[in-house]
Write a protein that binds this ligand. Structure first.
Ligand code: KIV
Ligand code: NA
Length: 264
């Protein structure tokens, strides 16, 4: 299998061939999504609130994300593996960002990194790119800045759309090879997608982006409860697992497992 490379994604944009990305934080989901043909596997800082039990993405550390990144990069054969730089690990300076990103590449085996921010992150993006690390930018709603942005809100509505458009152009100019746009009005995302040469990957940014990304636990029903408007549920993994757990409990309590065929 041919590995997905940055130039393939650029060519997909030019052909109008949509790009797919899912989060993954472990060996089996990486294998399953990779074999299904997902182009990019994002070891998101969303591991914080989807794997590690935190309420938000803010608490997760580089040292917590690196083993998950390593598990995914060991397991994927074709997909590009994206290391997601966590809160506080790159905002202090381009040097801090570079040293963090190097850890994701060397220790995590990532093929590129993603970081949140627009124009203000241009120096960091430039430093990483020039140092041999491909960068995906992340603009619009950026969860690490939740407390500055005042909660989970659509960004770039009405006359604030210029700011998002400027951010998109600035990250492209700084050297990012793709940009994630989160919770941006569909028409703004469409305009940005048209104006940029690099691929756009949307989450809550409408159908006109060059690609889409979802958190797998949301997309495949690993959890119940309130889901963002932009999520579509494609499977019901939670029911499969809870039915399995209940059947196992019933079998053990009823002494029907293990049977003779399971016994030495
Ligand atoms: O961490 C994450 O899962 C993300 C995606 C939502 C883009 O950054
Ligand atoms: Na993230």
């Amino acid at each position: 299998v041919r590995k997905v490379r940055t130039h393939h994604l650029r060519e997909m944009k030019q052909r109008g061939d949509k790009i797919t990305m899912l989060t993954s934080y472990d060996m089996y989901t990486a294998q399953i999504f990779d074999e299904a043909g997902v182009d990019l596997l994002l070891v998101g800082d969303s591991a914080s609130n989807n794997v590690l039990g935190n309420e938000t993405s803010l608490p997760v550390t580089v040292d917590e994300l690196l083993p998950l990144t390593r598990a995914v990069s060991r397991s994927a054969k074709r997909a590009m593996v994206v290391g997601d730089l966590p809160f506080g690990s790159y905002q202090a300076s381009p040097e801090q960002g570079y040293l963090t990103a190097v850890r994701f590449m060397k220790e995590g085996g990532a093929h590129c990194v993603k970081l949140e921010g627009g124009a203000e992150m241009a120096p960091v993006i430039k430093k990483l790119t020039e140092g041999g690390i491909p960068v995906i930018a992340h603009i619009g709603f950026t969860p690490q800045s939740e407390h500055v942005l005042g909660g989970y809100r659509v960004q770039g509505r009405g006359d604030t759309s210029d700011r998002i458009i400027d951010d998109a152009k600035a990250v492209q100019e700084a050297g990012a090879f793709a940009v994630v746009m989160e919770m941006v009005p569909g028409d703004v995302a469409a305009q940005i997608t048209k104006e940029l040469d690099i691929p756009t990957i949307g989450i809550g940014a409408g159908p006109d982006c060059d690609g889409q990304v979802l958190v797998w636990q949301d997309a495949f029903g690993m959890r119940s409860g309130k889901m963002a408007r932009f999520v579509k549920q494609y499977a019901d993994v939670k029911s499969v697992l809870s039915d399995g757990a209940e059947a196992y409990i019933a079998d053990v309590k009823g002494s029907t497992f293990p049977g003779p065929e399971h016994t030495f």
